[in-house]
Design a protein around this ligand. Structure first.
Ligand SMILES: [Zn+2]
Length: 315
């Protein structure tokens, strides 16, 4: 038993250094009252994953085409060749889907958050301009839409540097948040802290409130994200916009009821190439209208949640 405990302590020590302790307790049954602005029962943040144009592409020298999160379940064109069908499904997102989502939020007076890949934003100036003009914030989703856990530490540091520089140029201000494609590497969080300008990252799915962690001796804020209340479910189980509406409404209703005593946050993840299709958008539209009809809801940007937490719940 003693040997076992010693080994666990050593492992835990290693995990603590990179800001990713295995914490199975968290806030437990005593979550802090977030004291959201206006006494809101739920803080809801709509996230538009803006990735198209930064995905793996033969034209960008990646040696492969990206086919993830499209209308087909598996690649058909041989690896190493241009998948022109998949390329055009990505282009649908920026050419058509984005604008349908953008109009919906603009009509309802909601500023969303873009999980923005730097190169994707560079390649669609009208979309970037729309986001800036309508007060969206950009949480950096990488320089390219690539898996950071596949990069070396030097490559990763360079990707972060290029991403910050690019988004600063495209959007007129630097990103203050970060979210990797799917999962960070064990170095990402430390590299973000070392970069110095990030208020938070969202590379975590383990809570419904922000929380602090320590990275290389410095405090760092986590604003957790969700792959449940996310339109990726429309490629893996859900079928119609109405299915998506029910999923979102059920989550919101539980949080709204709990929010009388213990308010939480809710992230809604969206992709222009998925929810932006007319066949699906009505589900999002119904949900947004439902949320807007409810009192005591804070529809906010991700950076607003981070800044609120930093001001009201300093580490
Ligand atoms: Zn994404």
């Amino acid at each position: 038993m003693t040997g076992c405990a010693g080994m666990n302590t050593m492992q835990l020590g290693g995990q603590m250094m990179d800001g990713h302790p295995r914490d199975f307790v968290g806030y437990a049954d005593k979550p802090p009252h977030p004291d959201w602005p206006g006494g809101a029962r739920v803080a809801i943040n709509f996230v538009v994953n803006y990735e198209e144009g930064s995905e793996y592409s033969i034209g960008d020298g990646d040696g492969r085409s990206e086919t993830a999160l499209t209308e087909v379940s598996a690649a058909r064109v041989p690896a190493g060749e241009r998948d022109l069908a998949s390329e055009s499904m990505y282009e649908y997102g920026t050419r058509v889907g984005f604008w349908r989502i953008a109009r919906l939020f603009a009509d309802r007076g909601i500023a969303a958050t873009a999980f923005g890949c730097a190169v994707a934003l560079e390649r669609n100036p009208p979309a970037a301009e729309f986001m800036a003009r309508h007060g969206w914030d950009v949480c950096c989703h990488g320089w390219r839409w690539v898996e950071h856990y596949k990069l070396s530490e030097d490559e990763e540091r360079e990707h972060i540097r290029l991403a910050v520089e690019s988004i600063q140029r495209t959007m007129g201000e630097r990103p203050v948040g970060w979210y990797c494609r799917y999962a960070p590497s064990t170095a990402t969080r430390r590299l973000l802290v070392e970069e110095g300008g990030f208020l938070y990252d969202s590379d975590s799915y383990n809570d419904e409130l922000p929380y602090w962690t320590m990275v290389a001796g410095r405090r760092h804020l986590i604003v957790p994200y969700s792959l449940v209340t996310n339109d990726v479910k429309l490629t893996s189980g859900l079928f119609t916009g109405d299915d998506f509406y029910v999923l979102l409404k059920n989550a919101f209703d539980v949080l709204y009821e709990e929010g009388a005593v213990a308010p939480k946050m809710m992230s809604v993840g969206l992709h222009p190439r998925l929810i932006g299709h007319p066949a699906r958008l009505s589900g999002l539209q119904k949900f947004v209208d439902y949320v807007v009809s409810k009192p005591d809801v804070w529809a906010c940007r991700r950076a607003d949640i981070a800044r609120h937490w930093i001001a009201r719940h300093p580490a």
